[in-house]
Design a protein around this ligand. Structure first.
Ligand SMILES: *Cc1c(COP(=O)(O)O)cnc(C)c1O
Length: 399
């Protein structure tokens, strides 16, 4: 230890980028977590929409352990059979034709932004670079993706930000028409704004926006990082809206808790990238893509998107019924198992009260309680969570 340092708690060796709860979770199984004091929690946040198959899902664990015995890493300078098979599972089950693997959501969105620009500039040769994004959106924490994000708080102190991004209100077709120009390379959005407060995009709007994109040669990028992998009741949320993106991005649920992200593009975009135009040392390792394969085989093979649709309907119906007449609750909304309870006031303290009653939930913006159970959640588990929330919210009154 250097002489200028004094001894600190282990936790103080971390940068303070998170306001952490004083709970250390040490074991998980299905919908349940245990802390280091032996307390048990019903997990309705799934590590922020990551553990869509619950904690330590058997089939994925077996694939991971098998791969750990065989091979960990070789580099993308070689063919990686797991990566090719994982990509095929994605393209066979989506509108996409070609996949690039990275390690996180932000990297998947970076890849999407890069591919959109490179396709416009080198294939279409039109010099377009501008990406239109939307207020209250969330696209990640790298410099490009925080610039794309429509929330001032994530940009504070990071100037100068990259050029070529413009943010407009969502569901406002006139604003979109007024913003499109001969510089517009792509528009980028979530089908349900998740971090922004659980706001599904309007059906009419997204269909009109897609038509505008086609008319003007603009690419449509859909960020499915939180909404994808069955979460909303379809494998990918764009399927609800009768449109097909040119590019969509995945991460969170893609690896069941193992870090992996992917950018998926339509055929015409293939020539936007050539050997050497983009890359990632760890993107799509044999281990990561063994996990992706087992995750997708389970989600698709066991029809879990349909299950998420059913259980999501049940969860929202129960919440509406049990919270009916509660003046503190403004709205219950969502799509599949991406559900929000909008309240009249900030809910940070309610999250802590829920933890004390053994239920883990998170926020989506200051006033919305966000519920993200795993896709295998049982009706009994939903009933328990709703009972805890109804009891907690019972005593709240708007000021
Ligand atoms: C979480 C998230 C991201 C960022 O993903 P990271 O893996 O944290 O980089 C991007 N977009 C959406 C919609 C997200 O929910």
């Amino acid at each position: 230890m250097s002489e200028t340092k004094t001894a600190v708690d282990a936790g103080q060796s971390l940068l303070p980028t998170y306001a952490r709860y004083p709970i250390a979770l040490v074991k998980g199984e299905g919908s349940w977590l245990w802390d280091d004091q032996g307390n048990r929690y019903l997990d309705f946040m799934s590590g922020i929409a990551v553990t869509n198959l619950g904690h330590a899902p058997k089939r994925v664990k077996e694939a991971l352990v098998k791969q750990l015995d065989e091979l960990w890493h070789v580099s993308n300078l070689f063919r990686i059979p797991n990566q090719e098979e994982a990509a095929k599972l994605i393209t066979d089950n989506s509108c996409g034709d070609a996949v690039f693997f990275g390690n996180s959501g932000a990297e998947a969105n970076e890849a999407a932004i890069k591919l959109a620009r490179r396709y416009q500039q080198l294939v279409q040769k039109n010099g377009r670079y501008e990406i239109i994004t939307f207020e209250q959106s969330f696209h990640g924490r790298t410099l490009a993706t925080l610039t794309a994000t429509g929330q001032a708080k994530v940009k504070e102190g990071f100037a100068p930000l990259p050029e070529g991004f413009v943010t407009i209100p969502l569901n406002d077709l006139a604003a979109l028409e007024a913003t499109i120009s001969d510089k517009t390379a792509a528009i980028m959005l979530e089908m349900v704004q998740a971090e922004g407060g659980i706001y599904p995009v309007d059906m009419d709007y997204i269909q009109a926006a897609k038509a505008l994109c086609e008319k003007h040669g603009i690419l449509l990028i859909v960020d499915e990082i939180q909404t994808g992998i069955g979460r909303t009741g379809k494998l990918f949320a764009y399927e609800h809206f009768g449109i097909e993106p040119d590019i969509f991005t995945l991460a969170k649920g893609l690896g069941s808790g193992f870090p992996v992200g992917a950018m998926v593009a339509k055929e015409k975009l293939r020539e936007g990238f050539t050997a050497g135009s983009h890359g990632s040392t760890f993107g799509g390792t044999p281990i990561a893509t063994a996990v992706v394969k087992a995750t997708l085989e389970t989600i698709v093979g066991d029809s879990l998107p349909a299950r998420a649709a059913e259980q999501g309907e049940y969860l929202m119906t129960q919440l509406r019924e049990k919270l009916q007449g509660n003046a503190f609750v403004r709205d219950v909304r969502g799509l599949g198992l991406l559900v929000g309870i909008e309240c009249a006031e900030p809910i940070a303290s309610i999250l802590v009260e829920a933890q004390q009653k053994g239920l883990l939930v998170i926020s989506a913006g200051p006033n919305v309680i966000r519920l993200l159970p795993n896709l295998l959640v049982t009706t009994e588990e939903i009933d328990s969570a709703v009972a805890i929330l109804a009891e907690l919210l019972e005593s709240k009154r708007p000021n």
